[in-house]
Design a protein around this ligand. Structure first.
Ligand code: SF4
Length: 446
């Protein structure tokens, strides 16, 4: 059977990137192969995100371009999945008539069936129902040749209902994959040469896939640490209120667990945290950071910060700045608050003006740039263990990898180093990366 071509555009977070990998794995079993040229595709899928306003705007401009493609090639099938598809459902097709398919976050597993139906009947299909169980959770993604790192979903959905967030409405309630299924998938990845796995979920530390001693995620990390061939384990994202002592201890007990944690703080004012329904105070957060740094002094801590939440006063904002000065994150993702339909925060009054949000965001970002640069410069002269991932984006003569603390390092080297763990001396530091040289010992072995 002649293969058909599939092009997937992914917008948003790592969960979406991994969902796209699952879509590709699933459609490969139905005779599709991936293409990089959108013009050659028989099927185009846009995997959307609606967490940030910008991501939603991107989808509409992308679909505008696809409309022209469909005029030239009427048999082309265009589908939209992910959070925005879940949110908009049939309204998406009313708004963008060139669409053939809208599928929700619980319906990825139905894709081959839905595409076959469209091919046969040529009428638009919308599937955004929530199922009792997320059937796509168990779809395994084969490691591509030469791929060093892989994502593995361990849970999906969220029970937290932070007041600004649409995820619980669009991804449903938390559901964890059974531990054995995850272990088996990681073993297969290791057999295919994967050295590093990132365990994914909206709130990985409330993972509950093992029988309850309350430490299910810590237990999972211990199990991951025993899998032969896997050298590095990462995870994202964590909720500060669920960061247990057992999980903190893993940073000293599980050798393969990399010394990095993404721990979204969102704001430095207890009043705002309460309005956000985050269910921790700054005292709790500082306490978690202290514990992490006691167990693992050189751990890198990154975070998310939202500025301009409704009702955020100058005083509240100053508390965010003070918190950043106290903690000195390695890096952050920072955003202006943007209202999401259907959330509790959308009903709050006392909105902060766009102009004030912009000013506050700029202050947060410039402070963080100073901290990131200073932290990176402190690494100059250090010897770091780097897992080499690819040829560098900056130069064909360089390769790139990451430190265990998740910082990108570029250095002179050839592609025979990809997949190897090498020792590098850091020679220069920038805002987004480090530069280094192979140690003399490594040069001799190369
Ligand atoms: S923890 Fe809060 S911010 Fe994160 S996905 Fe759940 S509701 Fe959204």
């Amino acid at each position: 059977m002649e293969k058909k071509s599939l092009f997937i555009r992914t917008l948003g977070c790592q969960m979406n990137v991994h969902d796209s990998e699952k879509i590709m794995a699933l459609m490969e079993t139905s005779g599709y192969e991936s293409v990089d040229d959108i013009g050659k595709a028989d099927l185009i899928i846009i995997n959307t995100c609606s967490i940030r306003e910008k991501a939603a705007q991107k989808v509409y401009s992308e679909l505008g371009r696809l409309k022209k493609l469909k005029t030239i090639k009427p048999e082309l099938i265009i589908g939209v999945g992910g959070c925005l598809a879940q949110q908009w459902g049939a309204k998406f097709i009313e708004k963008v008539p060139c669409l053939d398919l809208v599928f929700g976050t619980h319906n990825i597993h139905l894709l081959p069936e839905l595409i076959a139906k469209i091919q046969k009947e040529r009428i638009p299909v919308v599937h955004t129902e929530f199922h009792e169980s997320v059937n796509s959770l168990g779809i395994s993604v084969r490691a591509k040749n030469g791929k060093v790192s892989a994502y593995v979903t361990i849970m999906q959905g969220c029970n937290n209902f932070c007041s600004y967030c649409v995820v619980p409405n669009l991804r449903g309630r938390e559901e964890s994959r059974p531990l054995k299924e995850i272990v088996d998938e990681v073993k297969v990845l290791a057999d295919h040469g994967v050295k590093e796995v990132t365990l994914l979920g909206q709130n990985v530390n409330s993972y509950s896939g093992t029988t309850g001693n309350g430490h299910a995620f810590a237990d999972l990390l211990q199990k991951m640490g025993e899998i032969e061939g896997i050298e590095r384990i990462r995870f994202t994202t964590s909720h500060p209120k669920d960061l247990s002592d057992a999980l903190v201890s893993c940073f000293s007990e599980v050798d393969k667990l990399c010394e990095h944690i993404h721990l979204p703080v969102q704001a430095g004012s207890d009043r705002i945290l309460k309005m956000m329904n985050r269910r921790y105070t700054m005292t709790d957060y500082f306490d978690r950071v202290d514990k992490l740094r006691t167990v693992c002094p050189h751990i890198s801590i990154t975070s998310d910060i939202i500025v301009g939440f409704p009702g955020e006063t100058e005083r509240d904002f100053q508390a965010t700045i003070d918190m950043m000065e106290k903690i000195r994150f390695d890096n952050i993702f920072s955003f202006k608050y943007s209202e999401r339909e259907g959330t509790a925060a959308a009903k709050l009054g006392d909105k902060v003006s766009l102009c004030v949000k912009r000013d506050r965001l700029q202050l947060v970002q410039s402070l963080q740039e100073r901290h990131t640069l200073s932290k990176n410069r402190n690494l100059i002269g250090n010897m770091e263990e780097i897992l080499v991932e690819s040829i560098s984006k900056n130069s064909r003569e360089d390769v790139a990898g990451r430190t265990r603390t998740n910082k990108i390092v570029n250095f002179r080297g050839y592609n025979n180093l990809i997949g190897k763990t090498v020792s590098i001396v850091i020679t220069d530091a920038y805002l987004h990366s480090l530069r280094g040289v192979l140690t003399e010992e490594e040069v001799t072995q190369c």
